[in-house]
Structures are given as structure tokens and as C-alpha cells.
Design a protein around this ligand. Sequence first.
Ligand code: ZN
Length: 148
Amino acid sequence: MSDSACSCCKSVAAAARGENARLIHTFEHCIWIVGQHGFHRGYTMLVYRGQVKDLHELSRDVQRGLFEELMTATRVAAQLYQPWKMNHSSYGNVVPHIHWHIFPRYMDDPDRLAHPWIHADRFGEKNLSEEETRSIAMTLRDALAADV
Ligand SMILES: [Zn+2]
């Protein structure tokens, strides 16, 4: 089930067609994709592959599987980018489709004690080109393949 107006569904469908430049990896329950900006170096997203609005609607088995995928993506990004802290956010108020934002946070961010959206008005200054996106996806894909 998908919704053609939903940006998460579009990303999942493009990944399934082999046409998603942001795709790092397709897990059983989610796709892992490069974020749209590089404001937080190594920012990625985990998007559930079905059109479901809220986490509590999933079966417990799927919740567990999704959490394992979230932890795998987080661990791989943390090992690669060596941030001060990893932040997760999952709201779905704007796009009501289960997804997580995975933000590495760094010591040189003077606002690191605040939530990552505090800089949302500046994210667009660091939008990634398709070439940068593909390069980051490949780097994370290699790091995932080396993860044990
Ligand atoms: Zn959707």
C-alpha cells in the first residue's frame, strides 16, 4: 500500500526501481537513505517500507525488527563519523509515514545541547548535490558491509 503524494512512499518506490540516489541499503522493514542536507555531517533517514502512520500500529515483531535496523544504521554511522552524540527523531506530523531522522551531533556545534531542528532554517544552505549524495551513500554502504 502506498500513497503517491507521500514523499516517503515515493522514496521507497524509487529505491525499489533502483532509481533512488539516496539509497544506502534496503533492510527487511525499512530503507536507509542519505539525508537531504549535510548540515549535520552523516545525517541519514530510515524510512519504513509501507505506508503506516504510527509506530504503535505495527506488530511487535515488526517493531523489534525496525528497532534493530535503526540501531544498525545508527551504529554504522556513529562508527564512521565519530560524533559526540547520536540524535533520533520520529514525528511524522508533516509526512505521516513512519520514518526516523538520524542526526550525528558534534562537539563543534555550539548548540549541540539543543534538538537538531533548532537549525532547520539553515539546513538548505548545506543541501547535498546528487554526486555528494551518491558518494555518502556508497561510503555508508561500504561501512555497513564491514559491520559485524
Ligand atoms: Zn508514505
